[in-house]
Ligand binder design. Structure first.
Ligand SMILES: Nc1nc2c(ncn2[C@@H]2O[C@H](COP(=O)(O)OP(=O)(O)OP(=O)(O)O)[C@@H](O)[C@H]2O)c(=O)[nH]1
Ligand SMILES: [Mg+2]
Length: 321
């Protein structure tokens, strides 16, 4: 069924977008998509789930898999985020490992490989944030040799910027050339395998990452309590009623997220609502609550609820013999 009525010249490619936290994976994906689908922040560990971000260039469908930044951690939440990165790379045609040019890229790549438990097959290195450095880059060739020594699966590299679009055109051309003849996975034009409910939680969490300081963004999760679409006679959605809970780890954090006179939660709500409305195309009524859920970052029920299943590195659980 899925592959019926597809153009015989269709091509497709699925690419895992991998790397350490904060290197610019989600910004890169949004730049290629042409709109802000996946959330971005200046703080590391923003993305927590792996998911598809799809677009087409002429007859080529490109599915980029956004993934959480891979890092070393003893925490159950973070172990599961690393697990998501590995899952995101399963069965893809190509891996892009993003390296932030403003850091020591060799150390960064070594650290990534240490914490990424799956073998890397076909890999292109994407050097990001080129707008922030001297583009002549003396000493770049020996650096590439060192990186190649760390991972023989590296086939190509590109130096790009998601801010000023440097080399993006060349890269998308190379992606098109690498795509193989194939039916499209999202022939109806869907941009993701995740639904609007998931993106609503992400857009709320994005504002929490923007407004909250220090460790607080990392101790916040968002769950939807109710999501109801109101349809017109022609079946079009006219408005959506969304109730969501912002979970925090400790009672003292509740007051910070609410803010003086409710100012912080109000700003989270107003800004997130605008982005959700841009996604749904209809009016959104967004109701936010803050709930204290002590130690939710190691609570199996909450982690499952936010789409982070156990991994092989998860803490052992008691099983009946
Ligand atoms: N100047 C500049 N900043 C960039 C570029 N790409 C990303 N950034 C910034 O880098 C920060 C991190 O970007 P993200 O896209 O959230 O990074 P990420 O790799 O998805 O991060 P995690 O989801 O936390 O793993 C943000 O402040 C971005 O605005 C770029 O090409 N140039
Ligand atoms: Mg991200």
């Amino acid at each position: 069924m899925l592959f019926e009525n597809q153009h015989p010249h269709n091509k497709a490619i699925m690419i895992a977008v991998l790397g350490k936290p904060n290197v610019g994976k989600s910004s890169f994906i949004n730049h290629l998509l042409g709109f802000d689908l996946t959330i971005v922040s200046s703080k590391p560990q923003t993305t927590r789930n792996q998911f598809h971000c799809a677009f087409t260039i002429d007859r080529t469908e490109v599915v980029l898999v956004d993934t959480p930044g891979v890092h070393s951690t003893p925490q159950e939440l973070n172990k599961r985020m690393n697990g998501q990165a590995q899952l995101g790379a399963e069965g893809v045609d190509l891996n892009f490992v993003l390296l932030d040019l403003t850091t020591d890229v060799v150390a960064e790549f070594r650290d990534f490989l240490k914490n990424f438990d799956a073998p890397l097959e076909r890999t292109w290195l994407i050097f990001t944030k080129a707008d922030l450095i001297n583009k002549e880059m003396p000493g770049f060739a020996p650096l590439l040799v060192k990186l190649q020594d760390l991972c023989p699966a590296i086939e190509r590299h590109f130096v790009i910027s998601s801010k000023d679009g440097h080399n993006i055109h060349e890269l998308t051309g190379a992606i098109q050339d690498a795509a193989k003849s194939s039916p499209h996975l999202y022939p109806g034009g869907d941009a993701s395998n995740m639904n609007e409910r998931f993106f609503a939680t992400e857009y709320i969490r994005e504002q929490a990452f923007r407004l909250l300081k220090e460790e607080l963004p990392y101790e916040v999760a968002v769950v939807i309590d109710e999501y109801k679409d109101v349809k017109q006679k022609d079946g079009e959605i006219s408005e959506s009623h969304i109730s969501a809970s912002i979970l925090v780890n400790r009672p003292s954090q509740r007051a910070i997220v609410v803010g003086r006179g409710g100012s912080v939660i109000k700003e989270i709500g107003v800004t997130a609502r605008k982005k959700i409305e841009a996604m749904t195309g209809g009016k959104v009524h967004l109701n936010l609550h803050v709930k204290v859920s002590p130690k939710w970052m190691s609570n199996n029920y909450v982690l499952d609820e936010i789409g982070l299943p156990r991994t092989q590195k998860s803490a052992r659980v008691w099983r009946k013999k």
